[in-house]
Write a new protein. Structure first.
Length: 285
């Protein structure tokens, strides 16, 4: 009995490292403002969900590379459900009054949500890559390394079109050396391939289901942007961002960004006569 208690069994607190977790919320306001804890908790929770989204996006890319469309669809279905939670979380922040937020907002300078490394990783891995973003992280070697890896890495769209090509569709992979005319033709071919999937969704159900989960990911990420803009405007109006950005003005410029433009474009040319007359003209021939 002398060794009793020296190797206690695994507990909930130990497994989840709860003591560490609940000590990560360090308020900067002095004395600590009541609502600053909420602000920190929400944003730390975002970062945990972003980590899970990246985990699922990476898995979806691997599954598509292995021609496992159903598994890729399941991974993206989880991403979409997480994004629904992210949208709901925005409105928890709206339980703060604007004057309460202003009581500790200045403590955040010059930090900004614009500097969320994982948010940018999601954008990069979903197809919205921008080298200019790296300048925002020039003093953060950890973030620079991760973002450069994402910049050079595969995207969901690339993996999707490779899968379609493998399954007999004319959906060529992207290439950085293409000129504008070649890129226009590439875009048209991909749009045609998606039209085939949308039209013959019963025969091509695996591809259809995967395409639907991708466009849902695009849609709910965009909805998050939209809700975020309105929340920021409700809190601070047109004030500049804490990191020096234009605030709401900048955020509004992001609302029309799309991860998979061909998936949206194909809807324009979808026609119920498609099955009899062949693929409709897409406007990119």
């Amino acid at each position: 009995m002398k060794d009793y208690g020296t190797n206690p069994p695994l507990s909930y607190n130990k497994y989840l490292r709860v003591p560490d977790l609940i000590n990560l919320q360090d308020c900067l306001s002095d004395p600590a403002h009541h609502d600053e804890l909420l602000f920190i908790t929400i944003h730390q929770t975002y970062e945990l969900w972003f980590k899970q989204i990246l985990h699922e996006v990476d898995a979806a890319i691997v599954h598509m590379n292995e021609d496992r469309a159903i598994r890729a669809s399941r991974a993206l279905a989880r991403v979409v459900e997480i994004e629904k939670v992210l949208i709901a979380q925005i409105h928890i922040l709206e339980t703060m009054t604007p004057i309460s937020f202003l009581a500790f907002r200045d403590e955040l300078n010059p930090a900004s949500g614009f500097q969320s490394m994982q948010f940018r990783e999601i954008e990069f891995s979903s197809g919205l890559k921008s080298k200019n973003i790296l300048h925002e992280f020039q003093n953060d070697e950890f973030a620079q390394a991760r973002l450069r890896a994402r910049l050079d890495g595969p995207t969901l769209g690339e993996a999707f079109y490779v899968l379609l090509s493998r399954r007999g569709f004319d959906a060529p992979a992207d290439c950085a050396t293409l000129d504008e005319e070649e890129r226009r033709k590439l875009y048209g071919k991909r749009t045609r391939a998606i039209l085939e999937v949308l039209t013959h969704f019963e025969e091509r159900f695996e591809e259809f289901q995967l395409a639907e989960k991708m466009i849902e990911h695009d849609e709910y990420f965009s909805l998050w942007r939209s809700h975020h803009v309105k929340m920021v405007e409700r809190m601070v109006g047109s004030k500049r961002g804490t990191g020096g950005s234009e605030g709401v003005g900048y955020l509004r410029t992001t609302l029309d960004k799309k991860f998979f433009p061909e998936l949206w474009e194909a809807r324009t040319y979808l026609d119920i006569r498609h099955g009899e007359a062949g693929c409709p003209f897409t406007g990119h021939e």
